[in-house]
Design a protein around this ligand. Structure first.
Ligand code: IMP
Ligand code: MG
Length: 176
């Protein structure tokens, strides 16, 4: 694969500082024994940083992962959401924090939230690293948002294009 130029939008330092602020916000408003359900694959880097930031502020979460599908290998959403890999934990009676990389149309997070509530979670809040404000197809908002970004397709910090660029320590967009 040839490597197009990636323009940095949010630096590694800014991400780090914001993740620690988010951990403080979460610690203030959620119980210490919350359950994190991280949506793979895009959220794995954010989740790894967030749980360690949460540890520093006294939160002791359990963590599980769910893979939901809606995107193909390109940049357009297919519209429908399906479970590719489910969680193992029982969420009955738990306060759940759903963690995802980005809130765009809102379909993925709406599906995840409805599913966990249907399974008996007492509440489900949402933390996303990024949000694109003008792209919502479903009415949903995140409780904790790292950064609101312009309507550009971004990569890095777990976010991919065709499963590439997840390893970038910063968030950027592809020059076209
Ligand atoms: P939704 O449209 O809010 O359901 O977002 C679905 C998923 O699309 C997100 O969890 C991301 O994995 C992916 N996605 C949305 N926007 C971007 C982007 O700009 N870059 C990479 N992935 C994205
Ligand atoms: Mg995703």
């Amino acid at each position: 694969m040839s490597s197009p130029a990636i323009t940095s939008l949010i630096t590694e330092e800014k991400i780090k500082a914001r993740v620690h602020e988010l951990a403080l916000e979460i610690a203030r408003t959620m119980p210490a024994d919350l359950m994190i359900v991280a949506l793979l694959r895009g959220s794995f880097v954010f989740t790894a940083d967030l749980i360690r930031a949460l540890h520093l502020v006294g939160v002791r979460p359990q963590v599980d992962f769910m893979t939901l599908g809606s995107y193909g290998s390109g940049t357009e959403s297919s519209g429908s959401v399906n479970i590719i890999r489910d969680i193992n934990e029982d969420v009955t009676g738990r306060e759940v924090l759903i963690v995802d990389d980005i809130l765009e149309s809102g379909r993925t997070l709406t599906f995840a939230r409805n599913l966990l509530i249907k399974r008996g979670a007492t509440s489900s809040k949402i933390a996303v690293m990024l949000e694109k404000p003008n792209k919502r197809q479903v009415e949903i908002s995140a409780d904790f948002v790292g950064f609101t970004i312009p309507d550009k397709f971004v990569v890095g910090y777990g976010l991919d294009y065709a499963n590439y660029y997840r390893e970038l320590p910063f968030i950027g967009f592809i020059e076209t």
